[in-house]
Design a protein around this ligand. Structure first.
Ligand SMILES: [Zn+2]
Length: 110
């Protein structure tokens, strides 16, 4: 059984309304009063949407293996996701920099 939500201002019944949010797959659940301007967002759905948006903005992160090319040389493939994301083409130049011992930065020269 569902509990009816009451407006904290005028004590009227609250309506459950789904609100589309840009950049989020799932709509936010809000409760809107029929009689006054009161509305509130359901905490759970708000948190879920914040997570969805965060994930969308997170940079592409892929685990790959370093492979041995020859005696002194190691290599790494770019997989299709990386290629598509950066629009890489064979023969393009990249500048390799090493800001610290745990990071390699590639700047694409276009
Ligand atoms: Zn109200």
């Amino acid at each position: 059984m569902k509990m009816k939500m009451k407006c904290p201002i005028c004590n009227s019944e609250l309506r459950k309304v789904e609100v589309e949010i840009e950049d989020a797959k799932t709509p936010a659940i809000s409760y809107q009063c029929k009689d006054c301007d009161y509305y509130s967002f359901e905490h759970e759905s708000t948190m879920r949407i914040i997570e969805e948006i965060k994930q969308k903005e997170a940079p592409l992160k892929i685990k790959q293996k370093i492979i041995k090319l020859s005696q002194d040389r190691l290599g790494m493939y770019f997989n299709k996701d990386v290629i598509d994301c950066l629009d890489l083409k064979s023969g393009e130049d990249v500048l390799v920099s090493i800001p610290n011992k745990k990071r390699i930065v590639l700047d694409i020269v276009k």
